[in-house]
Design a protein. Structure first.
Length: 270
């Protein structure tokens, strides 16, 4: 996996295919494997770039200067500059959509099209924010994911009723046990606080182009429910696509549907 040094830290990324560039922004607690089905499908027609979040996959520690989602957007721009890429089609899921929208608002001339998946550009509701911050504190104090937290955190990312013996579910649950105490304390926990303590930018959504933006959401997404996606799509004036049989990581729960929707959208915007 290639690497770029951004703000003094190694940022690893997938770089596959040729053609117009698609930049994939990943979810918190997931490495680039969450996009494996999309990378395979899109790389036949596009150059696909999928950076790993700080502390995730092979990427290094989150730079100490990273204090907000705007900083993540700036770091993504520096990656594009490093790769000498002027313009991208940005597909961001969860926190990937949160910083992706900020990038699009900051540098609209560098965004050919924008897909916001299973994400929300408002602030985290206070009760949910407090709950997530309490989980982060427990993880920080323990230096690992305690067993009981694995069974709290892992289900958040999937549709209710997912087979917990499935390869997808068990694989993700297992990856949570692989974070070192250093990764958790220096990157994962701070990044979680940045994400769940984010500012509200819903009042800026009207600045996004309705003609080149798409909102997608798993029908069974629990942390980022369809009502939030509908609110954003209406504010932007863009289409909303609901993904059947999928929770938060819709890219893995219904990859065929997601691939088809992305290929259709990108074909008319590249």
């Amino acid at each position: 996996m290639p690497v770029a040094v951004i703000d003094g830290q190694p940022l690893h990324y997938v770089d596959q295919g040729t053609g117009p560039v698609v930049l994939l922004g990943s979810s918190y607690l997931w490495n680039s494997d969450m996009w494996a089905p999309q990378i395979n499908a899109l790389a036949k027609y596009y150059r696909v770039i999928a950076p790993e979040l700080w502390g995730h996959g092979q990427s290094g520690q989150m730079p100490e200067t990273t204090e907000s989602l705007d900083d993540l957007a700036d770091q993504a721009l520096r990656l594009l500059d490093h790769l000498q890429i002027d313009k991208v089609n940005l597909v961001g899921l969860s926190v990937g959509g949160m910083w992706g929208a900020r990038l699009a608002l900051k540098e609209p001339g560098r965004i050919n099209s924008l897909v916001l998946m299973d994400t929300y550009l408002g602030a985290e509701p206070q009760a949910t924010r407090d709950y997530y911050f309490s989980l982060l504190k427990m993880i920080e104090d323990a230096g690992h994911f305690p067993e009981h937290l694995l069974d709290i955190v892992a289900p958040i990312f999937f549709r209710p009723g997912i087979d917990r013996e499935s390869t997808l579910y068990k694989g993700f649950r297992h990856t949570l046990t692989g974070f070192s105490a250093e990764q958790l304390r220096d990157s994962i926990v701070p990044l979680g606080r940045v994400t769940f303590g984010r500012s509200d930018i819903l009042d800026q959504l009207h600045k996004l182009s309705p003609a080149t933006t798409l909102v997608m959401c798993g029908e069974d997404d629990q942390p980022r429910p369809p009502a939030e996606a509908r609110e954003m799509a209406e504010s932007i004036g863009c289409p909303l696509v609901l993904i059947p049989g999928a929770g938060h990581i819709s890219s893995r729960e219904n990859p065929e549907f997601v691939n088809g929707a992305l290929l259709t959208f990108l074909a008319s915007h590249t």
